[in-house]
Write a protein that binds this ligand. Structure first.
Ligand code: IPD
Ligand code: CA
Length: 275
């Protein structure tokens, strides 16, 4: 998407969109909590038998889309549950109505509502809200990253051996087999591995210094949009393994020195060349 909006200042637009998104993420979080009694452990699945979707995912996305379009009718929207609106403003929202749906279904706290906004293809605002702990991570371009209003920064670790590294796994058995091989090779070289189950929260954990780095192959744009900006605004590098931006091919996030060490290790393992 490219558009001509010469008078738009991405920084002030980012602040405005962040404020809108944070209110909506908190309300969507309250909505999914109110639907907890309806959770169906044997609910519908999507890309594979392990890829669950609940009525709460759909209700959360419908709520966020309705409110975004009421506030900003000319924006575009891409949502995990099928949201697809083509607007003219140059702003595109990327919505993950529940990131970590498996955790939601099992009532494990690590799930979130993730709302990112890009302007002319650049991420300018991101909000990730964890309803169970009432924690809201936010960032807008050039203005830093925040947890519940407090500024956050990533760790400045510069060695692999003491790095706590988060990762995640896709839903296809073939990809998981390759991801497991990468993990087996990496595990002896790092402090330990964490698999929380929400990519958006993994990226916020990097931003907040609760892990030193995070990597995953195969995310969707809505999984990583908001968390990517929150991590980079907290001082982390977030990119693929070949000098490109984070993408479904790969995302690695960490403080600058650790990013380089882990990237070299993951390139050697061809972690982005899995099925
Ligand atoms: C998933 C989570 C998980 C990651 C998967 C994602 P979903 O999103 O972020 O941590 O490992 O790759 O698909 O399906 O819970 O929205
Ligand atoms: Ca997701």
């Amino acid at each position: 998407m490219s558009s001509n909006h010469p008078r738009t200042d991405p920084r002030s637009l980012g602040l405005e969109l962040r404020e809108l998104a944070s209110g909506l993420a908190v309300e969507a979080g309250e909505l999914i909590e109110s639907m907890r009694s309806e959770v169906d452990m044997a609910g519908d699945t999507k890309s594979s038998a392990t890829d669950v979707v609940t009525a709460a995912d759909k209700a959360s996305e419908a709520f966020i889309m309705e409110r975004l379009l009421a506030a900003r009718p000319d924006d575009s929207i891409l949502g995990e549950e099928g949201g697809d609106v083509h607007g003219t403003s140059g702003v595109r929202w990327l919505i993950d109505p529940i990131d970590g749906t498996t955790n939601y279904v099992y009532d494990i706290p690590a799930y979130s509502v993730s709302i990112g906004a890009e302007f002319d293809d650049e991420m300018i605002a991101g909000v990730v809200y964890e309803p169970k702990s009432n924690t809201c991570y936010e960032a807008s371009i050039g203005s830093g990253a925040f947890r519940n209003g407090e500024p956050i920064t990533c760790n400045a670790k510069a060695e692999l051996a003491t790095a706590l590294v988060a990762t995640g796994f896709g839903y296809s058995p073939e990809r998981r087999a390759g991801q497991a091989e990468v993990l087996v090779s990496l595990l002896p070289d790092v402090r330990d591995i964490r698999r929380f189950g929400s990519a958006a929260l993994d990226l916020c954990a990097v931003a907040d210094g609760r892990v030193d780095a995070y990597y995953e192959k195969g995310l969707n744009p809505w999984d990583l949009a908001a968390g990517w900006l929150i991590a980079t605004e907290a001082g982390a590098i977030a990119a693929d393994l070949r000098d490109g931006p984070p993408s479904p091919e790969f995302v690695l996030a960490g403080g600058p020195a650790l990013f380089e060490l882990l990237r070299d290790r993951l390139v050697a393992l061809e972690a982005d060349r899995l099925p």
